[in-house]
Every structure is written in C-alpha cells, then in structure tokens.
Design a protein around this ligand. Structure first.
Ligand SMILES: [Zn+2]
Length: 201
C-alpha cells in the first residue's frame, strides 16, 4: 500500500496541478467521451497510456481477455454488457475499440485450460471465445496464441453486433467498431482491416 500512496502523492504534486482545470470542468459538465475501449485487465495493457489519452477521453471496460458476451438480457449480472449499454445508449460514443494484446493469459487459458486456481469463473468466461479456440487450433502451434488472440477479437466484434442498439447505431453510421491488438514487447499496435487481418497501425 505504501507504494500506492507514494504514487498518489506524486499524482497530487506533479499531475494534479496541470490537470486540475480539466478535472474541474469534467466534474462540472460531466463526461462526454467519444470512444469506448474494451480492453484486457492485464496490467501491461493500459488503454489510456497506449492512446496517450486524457481523463474524459475514453470510457473503458476491462475484463479477462477483452471479451463481450452475446446479447443476453436476462437476470445474470452482466458487467461488460452494462458498460456497453451505458457507453452506446447514454454517452452515445462514436466508436468502440476492442483492444486485445500479446501474451494474453485469458487466451492462454482458453487454449490450454484455465489454471487449477481459476476454475470458478475464468474457464466459463473464456468459453465466450470458444469459436476462436477452434480456429486457432487449426494453426501451427507456434502461431496459435496470436491467432487465438486475433480470433477472440473477431468474436467480440461479432458479439457486439448481437446487441440490437449496437447493430442499429452501426447501420446508421453513428458508431464504428474497431479491432486492435497491442504487442507488449514492442509497444506497437496492430489494427484489424476489413478482411479481418491485423496490420501495423
Ligand atoms: Zn489479456
């Protein structure tokens, strides 16, 4: 905790003075981000840092392996779907970026099975991307992890379109859906093209 408090003190001393006006304006008028990012919880992949974004710029939801389940308006606790609903229907963001990354532990769990200590939720959650696993298993073993990361992003983009208000906004040209993949070792971002393949941004 000392480490966190030391970081907080640096925030107050170094960052707050130059960002104070921005925070005060955001507090007074509220947020109106144009972008929603769905990213992995992985500590190495911070969307705000990667896009050099400021507070107020991006509405972010992070979960294991940046997945979105299909539209299921039932009584279960749909945290990611709730964030999506708020971003698309209330904040009316203009784009949703699904940001995957290299060496994703969630994707590894999908390919190789969840670690024994992560059976209660991780295994079930990752089953959202079962189709990505099937596609990746057809690849050369050396390429499987990345192929599965890319395929899981495509699954999430497909699942986004099962939300009627997402599909409607996309059809009306009010919303775009973007796939990205961040390579931790190089700091480089790959973007998904119309053909579903990823290339350097
Ligand atoms: Zn991950």
């Amino acid at each position: 905790m000392q480490e966190l408090l030391a970081g907080y003190r640096r925030f107050r001393e170094e960052i707050w003075p130059r960002e104070q006006a921005r925070f005060e304006a955001l507090a007074a008028v509220g947020q109106s981000p144009k972008t929603m990012v769905i990213a992995c919880s992985d500590s190495r992949v911070d969307p705000q840092m990667i896009f050099a974004a400021a507070p107020g710029d991006m509405f972010v939801v992070r979960n294991v392996a940046n997945l979105v389940p299909p539209y299921m308006p039932d009584a279960a606790f749909h945290g990611t779907s709730a964030a999506l609903e708020f971003a698309v229907r209330v904040l009316r963001v203009e784009r949703v970026v699904v940001l995957g990354h290299a060496q994703c532990g969630g994707v590894r769990a999908l390919l190789e099975g969840a670690p024994p200590a992560a059976q209660d939720f991780v295994a079930g959650w990752m089953s959202i991307a079962q189709a990505a696993r099937a596609a990746a298993l057809r690849c050369d073993p050396a390429d499987r992890q990345q192929a599965c990361e890319h395929a899981a992003i495509r699954v999430t983009l497909d699942n986004l379109l099962t939300f009627p208000w997402v599909a409607e906004a996309v059809a009306a040209g009010r919303l775009s859906l973007i796939g990205g993949h961040f390579v931790v070792a190089t700091g480089k971002l790959m973007l998904m093209g119309p053909d579903g393949e990823f290339s350097l941004a």
